[in-house]
Design a protein around this ligand. Structure first.
Ligand code: CIZ
Length: 310
């Protein structure tokens, strides 16, 4: 058997032995998404990952994604052990919004409701009145608008701007960005649209406004996946992390997916539509963390999500 098959067999055996479940994000490596599905786990967005974990009868959740996803899973499942293949897998939005600076920022607007995106640390979430995902942000901001609330939004400036446009609510915005979505470029996207005139353009709202303006569909991972599956069109230009192609292709195998351009000098992109932190999850370190746990090795603690209750 090849190395991959051996790792998969080892992971499957350890998952069963420890009543554990794999919870994987749409942006991680296709092998991990496939394994999560094969073993009865889930491939989903961050909120669904956490909800799935909370409803599961597993004792142990292994979260393949970035750190805030492990933390969100632990928030909803405090009684379960939550492990991650690599706790250093972070997110530029999380890194760009330190809790101490954000607390000072919020203190300037004491009469505002604080709405934060799920892509933040637990310390930042603890400062918030509401925590949202790109899937439910519009609904929640519209609800606050109806109540007449003033809003601080953090940390993604582009998602915040899109929410403002869609809801007509002006918010005090923290100016963070996602390194993957920030690299999609409008000028190059327009040129690509000319090459593929029949393609529908799907854009995640963490992208800049000029890119969002060129979209046929703007929305969360789930919305974009649903668009590929349900629209009659055969070609799609996709402006989000390429990890999502696994699920899109699984649900619509005969449709053509084209990655949106990241730069006119394409080789200069840093992430090239692939989050480097999502890329820190692999079959190798997944097998390793389960082996540490199985051996009750002290290294397990370097992979476990522990949250300070306060
Ligand atoms: O919440 C998520 O999983 C993220 C990061 C994006 C989305 O659109 O679902």
């Amino acid at each position: 058997a090849d190395q991959k098959s051996l790792l998969k067999a080892q992971i499957k055996q350890l998952l069963v032995k420890h009543n554990a479940q794999l919870v994987a994000h749409y942006y991680v490596d296709a092998d991990l998404q496939a394994l999560a599905e094969e073993t009865g786990g889930v491939v989903a967005d961050s909120l669904e990952m956490a909800n799935f974990g909370a409803q599961s009868a597993a004792d142990l959740l292994v979260v393949c994604g970035v750190r805030f996803m492990g933390e969100t899973a632990k928030l909803l499942s405090p009684e379960k052990t939550v492990l991650m293949p690599d706790l250093q897998a972070t997110c530029s939005l999380d890194v760009g919004c330190p809790a101490d600076e954000f607390a000072q920022f919020c203190a300037q607007y004491p009469d505002h409701k604080v709405v934060v995106y799920a892509n933040t640390s637990v310390e930042v979430k603890a400062l918030a009145d509401w925590v949202v995902t790109s899937g439910n942000a519009l609904q929640i901001v519209r609800h606050l608008k109806a109540q007449g609330d003033k809003i601080i939004w953090a940390p993604d400036q582009h998602l915040g701007h899109w929410i403002e446009q869609e809801t007509g609510v002006e918010m005090i915005r923290w100016m963070g960005h996602c390194i993957v979505h920030d690299e999609f470029k409008a000028f190059e996207l327009e040129q690509l649209k000319q090459r593929y005139p029949d393609a529908k353009v799907l854009v995640h709202p963490e992208s800049a406004a000029a890119v969002v303006a060129l979209a046929d569909v703007v929305g969360s991972t789930k919305v974009l996946i649903n668009a590929v599956q349900s629209l009659p069109d055969q070609q799609f230009i996709v402006a989000t992390d390429q990890g999502i192609f696994y699920k899109m292709q699984q649900l619509a195998p005969h449709k053509q997916l084209i990655v949106a351009p990241t730069d006119s000098k394409a080789k200069q992109c840093i992430s090239c539509a692939n989050c480097p932190w999502m890329g820190m999850n692999s079959l190798t370190n997944l097998a390793a963390v389960l082996t540490y746990f199985d051996n009750q090795d002290a290294s397990t603690k370097n992979h476990e999500i522990i949250l300070d209750e306060s």
